[in-house]
Design a protein around this ligand. Structure first.
Ligand code: MG
Length: 379
């Protein structure tokens, strides 16, 4: 039996991870954590019977504790660290959004147990620190994201010496065929209509600006220790090829499947093995057309900027990430227009002073500073 802890169990990936573990025979849920969706967490506690949970606020923790007296209930960032320190899990699934779990992941690496990673900020903000520590402790960091899972499935290992270029596919988002002029008036409702994948709101907006793809390039750089010049982005509107690896002899391997997160989640849980499990739609290639295009960096300048921040390294990815996150939530709240996301992010990057080889504190400080800068922004 493998004991699984899920950070972020009430989010899109967290919920799907629970569905996957239900279909696998030898996985049991040891711990669940969430931010504020206490109603769903309580349903999950009743259904999956975890031993430990963690929520964002102390009041919610108290409420859960009185309803479930046998359960260990923690709260806040410290609570996540406590679960990691107890060290009774076999797999830690990190499906939180934002930066709340970054320190807990750094601590968890010391446990040398598999970390199945869906949270983008961990590698985007602190990829150098996280991967150096993971290598030191030989802790596997297995990606859940479909593109990085596809790359792992094609290479079968994290350091395939015959791999030359990584080709990361992007659906292109809902505005692939729109003009810059049209983009000015896009509403959050339009941006939330992703043509292929059904995901959380923040990441869906990141797909419409292609920031998400830039962040995935940064993650791929860290996960597979590839130079940025060997990581390519390719637009593939059908989202059937989830990414490709080009080998030194010119051969390409691609991983295909229905656009469902169940498959990469399950692969992360069972890696390097495969199990029968959840089937979310069958993939039949008959009658399908596969198209591949070069990305339009002029139409989606944030894709270029995000990759450039990755190349600069230091605290630049953290600054970009924070500025983008704040801007996306402002857009979702109808406080700003679609293209203002670009303006906000560009502005913060232009102002920023990089630090090379930052400490984790430097990175968090940069993140905080950007959020503070943007608190009172007027457009
Ligand atoms: Mg992805």
């Amino acid at each position: 039996m493998k004991n699984v802890v899920i950070f972020g169990s009430t989010g899109s990936i967290g919920k799907q991870t629970l569905e996957v573990t239900e279909k696998l025979n030898d996985f049991s849920i040891l711990g669940l954590t969430c931010g504020k969706n206490i109603k769903l967490l309580i349903e999950q506690i009743k259904k999956y019977n975890p031993k430990v949970v963690c929520v964002q606020n102390q009041e919610d923790a108290k409420e859960i504790n009185s309803a479930f007296p046998d359960l260990s209930v923690y709260f806040g960032e410290e609570g996540l660290l406590q679960i990691v320190k107890e060290n009774k899990y076999d797999i830690l699934v990190v499906a939180t959004s934002g930066i709340i779990s970054v320190k807990a992941v750094l601590k968890a690496i010391e446990n040398q147990k598999t970390i199945a990673l869906a949270n983008k900020e961990t590698l985007v903000m602190a990829g150098d620190i996280v991967m150096e520590k993971a290598r030191k402790y030989s802790t596997p960091i297995v990606p859940i994201d479909s593109e990085h899972s596809a790359i792992l499935q094609c290479m079968n290992t994290f350091d395939n010496k015959y791999a030359k270029n990584l080709w990361i596919t992007a659906s292109g988002g809902p505005f692939l065929n729109s003009s810059r002029e049209d983009m000015k008036n896009f509403t959050s409702t339009e941006a939330l209509k992703h043509p292929r994948w059904n995901m959380g709101k923040k990441i869906t907006i990141d797909c419409s600006t292609l920031v998400n793809k830039g962040l995935e390039v940064i993650e791929a750089h860290h996960l597979y220790n590839f130079n940025y010049e060997n990581i390519k982005v390719v637009i593939h509107p059908q989202s059937l090829v989830h990414s490709c690896v080009e080998f030194i002899d010119g051969s390409f391997l691609a991983q295909m499947g229905v656009p469902s997160m169940h498959i990469p989640i399950q692969y992360a849980l069972t890696y390097p093995k495969r199990h029968e499990g959840i089937k979310s739609g069958s993939f039949v290639p008959f009658g399908k057309t596969l198209e591949f295009f070069e990305p339009d960096f002029k139409k989606f300048p944030l894709l270029k900027l995000t990759i450039e921040c990755g190349i600069s390294g230091g605290i630049m990815p953290a600054i970009l990430n924070a500025a983008n996150e704040v801007a996306v939530y402002k857009f979702l709240n109808n406080e700003i227009k679609f293209l203002d996301i670009e303006h906000i992010v560009y502005n913060q990057i232009e102002k920023a002073k990089n630090i090379s080889n930052p400490t984790i504190e430097d990175i968090f400080e940069a993140d905080k500073r950007v959020r503070k800068n943007l608190e009172a922004i007027k457009l």
